[in-house]
Design a protein around this ligand. Structure first.
Ligand code: NAP
Length: 246
């Protein structure tokens, strides 16, 4: 366990990839704050584990709602003062071809994946600027790079996050804040339940590593990006996908 724990925010840490990222930072001895709209058994387990006493904070919040998102960041600052790492993980996918895609689904995807990410990042960056450093990781997706039939709006938000990453890295480089994206391949989480067996089998067949990803595969890449020794690594989109897009 590190001697001076960092404060990490992971949005959407109640399940799936976010839960893997939370666990990874708890394992490395950091203080972790997370939020999602509902509490899960996994969250309750962390809250009651004495090993994580005073190192885990969970708040039920819908970060697509700006007031809730601001209040979440404020609660973390009130508890621990400084924020060292922000992992923008919370995201939602809706599938369907664009011609039939509802405006409501479009808004849901853009409001969370893009607008909420921009809003919470702005709040956290103000804290990082005031204490002189930090790291931000945006979870994007290989479909933002390659495209995927039926995921136009989702892909647009993920490609936009990569653009956000590059511009923000330019803004914050001189202030000792790194900003990177992890473009994840297909993972075994609830989000990929929208893909049928034939699609999943095809993805596995085309993946050099021969399997879908696990949250740990992505969490390890994030740990690398936010390691303070890697402070010359910024503005990048790191693809972690078992080689699918190589
Ligand atoms: P998931 O299993 O659906 O988990 C999403 C997490 O975000 C949950 O904790 C969810 O909790 C939370 N969340 C959703 N809406 C929220 C909101 N409005 N406010 C706060 N929290 C919210 O998804 P996942 O597969 O772990 O995906 C995590 C990230 O990886 C996403 O950004 C996704 O786009 C990206 N990604 C996933 C894959 C994949 O194959 N799964 C591939 C590439 C990239 P609540 O529902 O309780 O709010």
């Amino acid at each position: 366990m590190s001697s001076s724990p960092r404060t990490i925010i992971v949005t959407g840490g109640s399940r799936g990839l976010g839960a893997g990222i939370v666990q990874s930072f708890l394992d490395s001895g950091d203080r972790v704050a997370s939020c999602s709209r509902s509490t899960t058994p996994q969250v309750k387990e962390w809250e009651s584990d004495p090993a994580y006493a005073d190192r885990f904070l969970f708040i039920e919040a819908d970060i697509a709602d700006r007031d809730q998102s601001t209040a979440f960041v404020q609660a973390v600052v009130d508890k621990w003062g400084t924020i060292d790492v922000l992992v923008n993980n919370a995201g939602v996918a809706r599938d369907g071809i664009l011609a039939l895609f509802s405006d409501e689904d479009s808004d849901t995807v853009i409001d969370l994946n893009l607008k909420a990410t921009i809003h919470i990042t702005k709040r956290v960056v103000r804290n990082m600027l005031s204490h002189g450093g930090g790291s931000i990781v945006n979870i994007s997706s290989i479909v933002g790079l390659t495209g995927y039939r039926g995921l136009t709006v989702y892909s647009a938000t993920k490609a936009a996050l990569d653009g956000f990453t590059r511009s923000l890295a330019r803004e914050l480089g001189s202030r000792k804040i790194t900003v990177n994206s992890v473009a994840s391949g297909y993972l075994k989480t609830e989000m990929s339940h929208g893909l049928d067996d034939a699609q999943l089998n095809q993805i596995v067949r085309r993946t050099p590593a021969g399997r879908l990803g696990e949250p740990d595969d992505i969490a390890r890449a994030i740990q690398f990006l936010v390691d303070e020794r890697n402070n010359w690594l910024t503005g990048q989109v790191l693809v972690v996908d078992g080689g699918l897009t190589c």
